[in-house]
Each structure stands twice: as C-alpha cells, then as structure tokens.
Design a protein around this ligand. Structure first.
Ligand code: SF4
Length: 376
C-alpha cells in the first residue's frame, strides 16, 4: 500500500474543505508571519517542558529535549519560548485535512475498509534526507496555509464524514502533540478511534500520556542502526525502540513501517537483526511493512528500491518468525491478509478497496486460528 504524497493530500484537503462547507471561508484561512501572542487561540502552553534559569526552557515532548532561549524555537519549529513559557504555535491550526482509507496509513489489520480523518500541522523533529512531505515537515506552521480547526470541530468533521478514526499524520504528529492529545480525548468520547502515525521519536512522559487516548500506531522504524539514524534522519534508534515497546505494553495496536532505501537501509543483515528484535521484544503478530523507496527530496540521485530486495527482506522477516509481512508502494502487494494457521486469505482488497473479510471474533473464518488486529 502506498503512502500519500503531498500533491495528493493538498488536493484532498481542498476536496475535504469544499465538502465540509464550514471551512471554505477565506476568513478561516490564516497566513503566518504574525507575531505570536499567548492569547491567540492557536498559541497554547506546551504540556511537557520545564523552566530553567534566565527564562530558558527545556521542551520534554520528544527526545531532542530542546533547550530554548527566550524568543527562539525548538528544532521542530512548532514550539516557541515567550518570556520563559513554552508554547505550541500550531494548536487547532492544521495545514491539511483529508478523509483517507485507513489502509493508506498504512494499517492493514485495523478495521479494514474504514475511513480515517487525517490531519497534519507543519513541522518535524527529524530532517530525513528522503522525506516525501518535506514541504510541510521541513517548514514551520507559520509558513503554511492553515485551517482554523479547534479540536471539537475536528471531531465533528470526522463524524460528519463518517470517519471511523482520526489519524495524526503526513508530517510528524509528536510535534503537534497538544492538539493531537486534545482531539483524541474528545474523539474517544464520541466513539471515534485515534491513530498515531509517527517516527516514534517521542519522550517517555509524552508517550505515556498519549497511550491513554490512542488506539493504533503506525510507526516508521527507519533502520536498525544508530549511525544511519543520525546520518539519514537526524535522530537516534534507541528512543524509537522504547516507543515500540511501550506501545506494545500499553495494548495499542501497532504496525511497523521500514522504508528500504538503496545504500542506506537495504543491508539484509541489518534487516534480519531488526526482525529478530521485533519478534523477541514485541512478538510475531504485529504487521511489518517493507516500503519501496522512490527518489525524493535530497536523495533524488538514488534509484528506486529493486522489488527483488523487498521480497528478500520479506522472506527474511518470515524466517525470523514474523507472521504478517507486507511490501508497500508496489502495486498488488499487501492486498491479502493471510491466516497464520491455514494460510488462506482472510482479508482481500484491490488497492484500497476492501473486497472481503473472513474474520469472526478475531479468528480466521476457515480454521478459527486467531488473526492479530482490530477487526470488529
Ligand atoms: S517537540 Fe520540538 S521543541 Fe520539543 S523537544 Fe522535540 S524538537 Fe524540540
């Protein structure tokens, strides 16, 4: 299953805005460049930070733990220190909204065939050389065309569009943590699920809070090497592994995405180690998606991932014991969920269209073997 490109979701955003009706007024579109003021509804005090001497602050939302001088911003560009208080500048102010098939997140074992109301705020705590959404991830929320969408309106809009879930996606959800958590808790009360789509680079304290309100996570495990994490993404491996373990322990449904980039993350030995770690620490039942790289952003000189490498990675993962391994961004792959017992297809899709589900009460409709996921 492919991931959404910026072109697709900008197009989608406009469609969603038009359909939504309540959001099409130009008055509701805010352009930045304005001075930030704590009384602005889009400026909200950060949930996780501490005050230091001389009005400096330390943000504790993600493992970067930026120490921010007065008037300055953190690495993600979404948090600002105003006179010794840390604020998010993007609260209730996403740059895109769209109703996507949940399979596009990509989640293949989470309520198949449902729609996820997807939203993003500009900014990211990584700087991946291959980012496909760099035009919003590598800028700040005051440089994008935004929509006024307070949490209660986001939930209302998701309900109006018959979305089963809300996904925090496209850029990096952790960097709009406050907005995500507030929407999620309101959505829960209305019976709408919440999906965290992320690089998994979040502090333990923020994640603990998030786990109280989310239902599923799609986590990009970029590689299994700290050296590559720093060179390719500007982060570290260990915090991401901790995130995966916490999500597992807290009972959040989890699917892991690993983008296989030629010369960076296509080392099959490293992939084998990664799969071994997943089986040992998380068990064999969470889906792992090997995703095909396309030349992008600062890696335009690399070729697309040979499909053969993706198949080799899939074979390795199977031999390491993983039950559900998919190849993403390649047409026709990931169209079936296979029962780990009788090996019959229990979910069939064509692209993003759901054709059939043969799972009852979490068990294969043919042999009654449990199939991991959230189905009912
Ligand atoms: S969320 Fe942003 S400001 Fe906070 S620690 Fe992470 S990168 Fe720094």
């Amino acid at each position: 299953m492919g991931q959404t490109t910026r072109r697709e979701f900008l197009k989608g955003s406009l469609c969603a805005l038009c359909e939504a009706g309540i959001l099409v007024s130009p008055l509701s579109l805010a352009f930045a460049g304005q001075k930030f003021n704590p009384s602005d509804p889009h400026v909200k005090e950060a949930y996780f930070y501490e005050k230091l001497k001389n009005k400096r602050v330390q943000c504790n939302t993600c493992p970067n733990r930026c120490v921010v001088e007065p008037g300055q911003r953190g690495k993600c560009r979404t948090k600002i220190n105003l006179s010794g208080t840390l604020y998010t500048i993007s609260y209730g102010n996403p740059c895109t909204i769209h109703a996507d098939p949940v399979e596009k997140k990509p989640l293949l074992h989470f309520y198949p065939g449902t729609k996820a109301f997807s939203l993003a705020v500009a900014g990211c705590n990584f700087w991946c050389l291959n980012c496909q959404n760099w035009e919003i991830s590598q800028t700040s929320p005051d440089k994008t065309r935004n929509i006024n969408l307070p949490p209660e309106q986001a939930v209302e809009l998701a309900g109006k569009h018959k979305c089963h879930s809300i996904a925090y996606t496209y850029s990096e959800a952790t960097t709009f943590f406050e907005y995500m958590v507030d929407i999620s808790s309101k959505a829960r009360k209305k019976g709408i699920k919440n999906i965290y789509v992320s690089n998994g680079y979040i502090s333990q304290e923020a994640l603990d809070r998030l786990c109280t309100v989310i239902d599923a996570a799609s986590i990009n495990l970029k590689s299994f090497s700290d050296k590559i994490y720093w060179k390719l993404n500007g982060g570290h491996l260990e915090p991401v592994l901790n995130t995966l373990k916490t999500l597992h322990q807290r009972g959040v449904w989890l699917e892991i995405i690993n983008l296989v980039i030629p010369t960076y993350t296509d080392d099959l030995e490293m992939i084998k180690k990664m799969c071994g770690w997943i089986v040992k620490n998380l068990g064999p039942d969470y889906p792992l998606h090997f995703s095909r790289f396309s030349p992008m952003y600062k890696l335009t000189k690399l070729p697309p991932t040979p499909v053969e490498i993706l198949h080799q990675a899939k074979d390795i993962a199977g031999k390491e014991g993983l039950h559900h391994v998919y190849v993403g961004n390649v047409p026709g792959m990931g169209d079936k969920v296979i029962c780990p017992g009788c090996k019959k297809p229990v979910v069939k899709r064509r692209g993003y269209t759901l054709l059939s589900v043969d799972i009852k009460e979490g068990k294969c409709g043919f042999c009654k073997q449990p199939v991991s996921g959230r189905w009912e």
